[in-house]
Design a binder for this molecule. Structure first.
Ligand code: ZN
Length: 137
């Protein structure tokens, strides 16, 4: 299935690098914002839009990082599962990457649960890769 991937502004929060994938031969597009968790899946028939309160990233040794959006109460759930050691890969190993975003006083922050650090959400997560278009066959 052919697709193109690019970064475009998030229609909800305006983040410049929302991930936009277009599957050109089946007329489907998806948008995911790693800052606010907004997602859109659209094809010729339907349009599924979801507004999260934030987003999270999760990765394990030797795997690609996956992203998801957080619904209301999602942060509490994520913290609880992490503290109870429920977030593990198929070998029972803890994650190497686990961050989530949240908004406070008009700014977006990213909390890293592995290092226990809170940072301002980076303007560009993909350093050195600004607004590029890449084609994946
Ligand atoms: Zn957004």
């Amino acid at each position: 299935m052919g697709s193109t991937h690019s970064y475009e502004p998030c229609p909800k929060c305006g983040y410049q690098f929302a991930s936009h994938t277009l599957y050109y031969n089946i007329q489907q597009q998806s948008i995911f914002c790693e800052r606010c968790g907004y997602s859109l899946l659209e094809d010729g028939q339907k349009c599924e839009e979801s507004h999260g309160i934030g987003a999270f990233s999760l990765g394990f040794e030797g795997t690609v990082i996956s992203n998801g959006s957080l619904a209301e109460g999602g942060i509490e759930e994520l913290l609880k599962d992490f503290e109870e050691g429920k977030i593990v890969d198929k070998n029972g190993q803890p994650p190497t990457v686990l961050t989530y975003t949240f908004r406070e006083n008009g700014e977006w922050y990213s909390k890293d649960l592995i290092s226990d650090e809170v940072k301002l959400f980076p303007i560009n997560l993909f350093s050195g890769k600004e607004d590029t278009d890449e084609v994946v066959e």
